[in-house]
Design a protein around this ligand. Structure first.
Ligand code: CA2
Length: 151
């Protein structure tokens, strides 16, 4: 394996696939983890996949990633729109950061249009459903230098 990518998920995403399928689809977070694990392995990467409803836990994982990860993919969920603390933590991480939203936040309520995390993210996926995680991982594979990158 040539590196580890942290995939971090914020509050209520443990309910993925179990509630509001019209917004978030039918795949569970376990399904997303399995898909990402398989894709990462195909490219010689490993992943650490986590979800928490607690802001401090997400910050602690970002700190851990500083020591061990080549990149972070994060769906901060509602903390996207509120958390300066998660932004500050991400600003201490030196590798690529990709932000994922399952839904198209720009098509939803105006309070979802602003993201603190986007001030740090190198790229943002929104509205691609749970496939957005795999698309972000493919981008991470490029950024990690495992495939050529143009921009
Ligand atoms: O679209 C996304 O991925 C969001 O990050 C999801 C957050 C929301 O606050 C953001 O604005 C956009 C909410 C996550 C809640 O996840 C659930 C999943 C299934 C059922 C209920 C909640």
């Amino acid at each position: 394996m040539s590196g580890t990518v942290f995939i971090l998920n914020g509050p209520n995403l443990n309910l993925l696939g179990k509630r509001q399928p019209e917004i978030y689809g039918r795949e569970t977070l376990k399904d997303v983890e399995e898909n990402c694990t398989k894709l990462a392995a195909e490219h010689g990467l490993s992943i650490r996949f986590h979800q928490s409803n607690a802001e401090h836990q997400i910050i602690d994982w970002i700190h851990e990633a500083r020591e061990t990860a080549i990149g972070i993919i994060i769906n901060p969920a509602a903390f996207t729109h509120t958390s300066v603390a998660i932004l500050d933590a991400l600003n201490t991480f030196e590798g690529p950061v990709l932000e994922v939203h399952i839904s198209n936040v720009h098509k939803r309520e105006s309070f979802r249009h602003h993201s603190y995390v986007s001030l740090r993210a190198d790229g943002v996926m929104a509205g691609f459903g749970t496939q957005g995680y795999e698309l972000a991982l493919l981008r991470m594979i490029r950024l990690a230098g495992l495939q050529p990158v143009d921009v």
